[in-house]
Design a protein around this ligand. Structure first.
Ligand code: HEM
Length: 420
């Protein structure tokens, strides 16, 4: 069963949508609770949910599953494989993209999540803070040293290297390998089929090698802990799952956080009143990061979900097997939930215990690394503002927007030149 398409079907590769996704999603949100769309690569028809309550339902209601194989009685198990083929992934490597925590449901999902969740609790993340601050200060030294005529690129010198260093230290990826991961992460999100196949193969081979090395010489890192679980013979982690977990953690752990730092910095610099307020009242930082997640969060859409049975969503019948995508960026600017949703207001309560924004998702697949990402965002922005009292954009905001990487599910800057 797939969503029927018609003249009102949205093309997620439409250049107008990619240029201004927030505007396009807002129009959809006001047009209807669910709109039909097709994915760029395999042309797969999907429903898009754009309203806050519906997005929370799609992500929070277990009648929507992540693995199409869990839709009873419908032959949709080939959907994922078709998508992967369209992206140029060799079939023998496809399972490494399918056997992950993000694609698991029910007990399998719980089992995978429990294996790693302890490393990312609020308490463990708080213990990492001094190290995150130390890495940040070192990177700011290098940012300052790299400046030419007082201008340096934040993406290059802080936004990418901070999260990649933190997640690689946690997982146990050695320093010399880290620049390759950065390239791989970038390609994996680029959706260019020609390069993606080769990148997935290189990543898998690299991780397998890393596992062998770490097995021979254990260390105090997450990879060693996962290898122990894998080798303990109680079947809690398969070969593929081990590789996929490392791949997921390292890629999800930096490609997203880099753009929270990039988008967040750009947004503050383009809103001088908010920036001045934050400089005056640095204790607003946690709220500011929550608001930046809401206003310019890097993940525009959640992973695809499938209806495991016929479901009525906002009065629209979604039939068993149909695919639904939750548009996080649309939900986070839904006037039904947030007053003056297009206004950046760092005093707004969007985060903290109430966690109203859905930039980290919602429900069972809620971002595992949210506490870590928030902390990296807070540390990076605080240190940057403290170190450079006269920080400013070195290009016009409109030029930055023109240069944004146009990708269906992500909101990212390729570069962010700053005048220090
Ligand atoms: C899941 C966003 C940082 C690891 C998710 C989801 C979102 C998200 C929206 C849910 C996807 C869905 O339900 O379809 C973000 C953003 C980040 C960030 C915006 C940075 C600003 C991180 C970091 C890690 C991480 C630092 C490192 C561990 C994961 C993992 C999942 C996930 C493993 C899958 C969880 C599950 O399926 O149970 N993230 N993430 N993320 N994130 Fe993050």
């Amino acid at each position: 069963m797939s969503v029927r398409t018609g003249p009102d079907t949205v093309d997620l590769a439409d250049p107008a949508l990619l240029r201004d996704p927030h505007g396009a999603f807002a129009r959809m949100r006001e047009r209807a609770p669910l709109v039909r769309a097709v994915l760029p690569d395999a042309g797969t028809p999907v429903w898009l949910a754009t309203r806050y309550d519906d997005v929370r339902t799609v992500l929070g209601d277990t009648r929507f599953v992540n693995d199409p194989a869990h839709v009873p009685g419908t032959d949709v198990s080939g959907i994922r494989e078709r998508l992967i083929r369209a992206r140029g992934i060799p079939p023998e490597y496809a399972r490494y993209l399918l056997d992950g925590i993000l694609d698991a449901d029910g007990d399998d999902h719980l089992r995978l999540r429990r294996l790693v969740s302890r490393a990312f609790t609020a308490r463990r993340v708080a213990e990492l803070r001094p190290r995150v601050e130390e890495i940040t200060e070192g990177l700011l030294d290098r940012l300052a040293a790299a400046a030419e005529d007082g201008v340096a690129d934040l993406m290059e010198h802080l936004a990418y290297p901070l999260p990649i260093t933190v997640i690689c230290e946690l997982v146990g990826v050695p320093e010399p390998d880290r620049p390759r991961w950065r390239e791989w992460g970038r390609t994996l999100f680029s959706m260019r089929p020609v390069e993606m196949g080769a990148v997935v193969r290189d990543m898998v081979e690299h991780i397998q090698e890393l596992i062998a090395r770490r097995r021979a010489a254990p260390a105090d890192d997450l990879l060693t802990a996962l290898i122990r679980v894998h080798d303990s013979e109680d079947g809690r982690l398969s070969d593929t799952e081990l590789v996929t977990m490392v791949l997921t953690l390292v890629v999800a752990g930096h490609e997203t956080t880099a753009h929270l730092i990039g988008n967040g910095t750009a947004a503050l610099l383009a809103h001088p009143d908010q920036l001045a307020l934050l400089r005056r009242e640095p204790e607003l930082m946690p709220r500011a990061v929550g608001e930046l997640m809401r206003w310019c969060g890097p993940v525009l859409m959640a992973r695809m979900r499938y209806a495991a049975e016929d479901v009525e969503l906002a009065g629209v019948p979604v039939r068993r097997g149909e695919a639904v995508m939750a548009v996080l960026a649309a939900a986070d600017r839904d006037p039904r939930e947030f007053g003056e949703p297009d206004r950046l207001d760092i005093t707004r309560e969007t985060d903290g215990r109430r966690e109203r924004h859905v930039g980290f998702g919602h429900g069972l697949h809620y971002c595992l690394g949210a506490a870590l990402a928030r902390q990296e965002g807070e540390v990076a922005l605080a240190a940057l503002l403290r170190r450079f009292p006269g920080l400013a954009l070195a290009v016009a905001p409109e030029e930055l927007e023109r240069e944004r990487q146009q990708l269906p599910g992500m909101w990212r800057l390729a570069r962010l030149p700053l005048r220090l």
